[in-house]
Design a protein around this ligand. Structure first.
Ligand code: HEM
Length: 433
């Protein structure tokens, strides 16, 4: 198909759908997706003058995103980046890795047949049956988070005191990182992923020349590698029940994992496990804080909790997209796609598709069925989905036990990010039970 025949987005919309700021202005973003789903459900997005990126297809309908997610032979996680990135960021990853668009080699950047070999190594560990073994530990971490909240004396920012640190502690425990090393791990992951990240821009990285940033990131990768090499040696000598032991002692095709693969595994778990769950947890709290009756109802009847957790995950959709590369000439929703084209599966748009969700912007704890796409689908479906649900359920059990009433104490704010997004502040007023 000739490039001029592609259904192109007008420049303003093309700019809006890749602008981190749009993701902070949620209702406007949902309006844009409503319009696109109707008019141009598979739309060609060309770069804006002030934001240069490779062109891509934006896919907004639930059925199309579902089909692409499940067809892992046609829609690959290689060779293009699996996360939307400006050209500058892609070039940066290539410079760092010697040609790959993926900064780190990990489950999300592997395709068949390698992908399944690596996924199988930890899949069992993340199953509900195994997770029962860490429930008590998670409950302890949840109590510590609620202690911090209550120490605020009736008012606190829920994100800062609870929803951000809680999943970070959990994932670090699971990885076997001692508490005193957590801040260092957090800094390292931020340095590695922060090319265009706000936090890092705030830390002054934006002002550094590109070579200095490359060096900083290369240093972070080395540091990470050294840290986990030590942990790996310990877990090989004395295996425990944590994920670090599983990875350290894993064998693929008769060989132990090499350093880059092992590090990629640790990084994906550390990175995928905290901001995501933090966002859905904060979203659940927002929904409940806005509805005193619902809070009272679920305090009295805990069987309502799983529905609230699931709906919060759909309603917030913390992972806002993933990208795929077409392995061959194909079509999506009737639109011809050429081999090698880059495509964005937009989960926010898919999870607000009225063809599958009545009144999609409403938080409906009784929504049934609720087959949302927040965890993706197909071969790459979120490895940590049972853990994420478990963490949320346990935290809210503790919150409901220990907090009698809760309400908003100010305007919550959303983060500016096209990839993982959600609330960055949630001011609350509450009374202890
Ligand atoms: C993959 C969402 C929590 C680990 C994914 C994907 C999504 C996602 C959308 C890609 C799916 C696809 O390509 O089809 C979420 C959300 C979470 C969450 C919304 C919280 C509410 C977690 C947690 C962990 C985790 C707690 C583990 C500690 C992973 C891993 C992958 C993944 C390892 C890659 C799987 C693969 O490529 O095979 N997640 N996630 N996630 N997630 Fe999560």
């Amino acid at each position: 198909m000739a490039a001029q025949d592609r259904p192109r987005l007008d420049p303003a919309t093309a700019r809006a759908v890749i602008d981190p700021q749009s993701y902070a202005e949620w209702d406007g973003l949902l309006d844009t997706f409503d319009r696109l789903r109707e008019d141009t459900p598979v739309a060609w997005v060309e770069p804006a003058e002030d934001a240069v990126h490779p062109p891509f297809w934006l896919v907004t309908r639930y059925d199309d995103v579902m089909r692409m997610s499940k067809d892992n032979a046609t829609f690959l996680n290689n060779p293009h980046s699996v996360v939307f990135s400006l050209t500058e960021g892609i070039e940066f990853a290539k410079a760092l890795t010697g040609g790959s668009e993926h900064m780190v080699a990990s489950l999300v950047t592997f395709d068949a047949p390698v992908h399944m070999k690596y996924r199988k190594l930890t899949q069992e560990w993340f199953m509900p049956k195994n997770l029962r073994g860490v429930e008590d530990e998670i409950r302890g971490i949840a109590h510590a988070a609620v202690d911090r909240l209550l120490a605020g004396g009736g008012e606190a920012d829920f994100v800062k005191t609870v929803s951000a640190p809680y999943p970070l502690h959990v994932v670090m425990q699971i990885l076997g990182v001692p508490e005193e090393d957590e801040p260092r791990m957090l800094t390292l992951t931020q340095q590695m992923f922060g090319g265009s990240d706000e936090d890092l821009n705030q830390s002054g990285m934006k002002d550094l020349p590109p070579e200095a940033i490359t060096q900083l990131v290369a240093g972070a990768v080395k540091d990470f590698e050294a840290y986990f090499a030590k942990l790996t040696a310990q877990r090989r000598a004395n295996p425990t029940a944590d994920v670090a032991s599983t990875i350290a002692n894993a064998v693929v095709d008769g060989e132990p994992l090499n350093d880059r693969d092992m590090m990629g595994y640790y990084i994906i778990l550390a990175a995928a496990g905290h901001d995501t769950t933090s966002a859905s947890t904060a979203g659940a709290m927002l929904a409940l804080a806005q509805d005193a009756e619902q809070w009272a109802r679920v305090r009295a009847d805990r069987s309502l909790l799983p529905g609230i957790v699931e709906e919060a995950i759909r309603w917030t959709t913390p992972v806002q997209h993933f990208m795929r590369t077409a392995a061959e000439d194909t079509e999506v929703g009737g639109q011809a796609i050429a081999k090698g084209d880059w495509l964005m599966m937009n989960y926010v748009a898919a999870n607000h598709d009225p063809a599958h969700f009545d009144d999609p912007r409403r938080f409906d704890a009784a929504r049934s069925p609720n087959r949302h796409l927040a965890f993706g689908a197909g071969a790459h479906q979120c490895l940590g989905l049972h853990l994420a649900r478990l963490e949320m359920r346990i935290l809210f059990e503790v919150l409901l036990d220990r907090i009698e009433t809760v309400e908003l104490a100010g305007e919550p704010e959303r983060s500016k990010s096209t990839f993982v997004g959600g609330l960055k502040t949630l001011p609350l007023r509450f009374t202890a039970a």
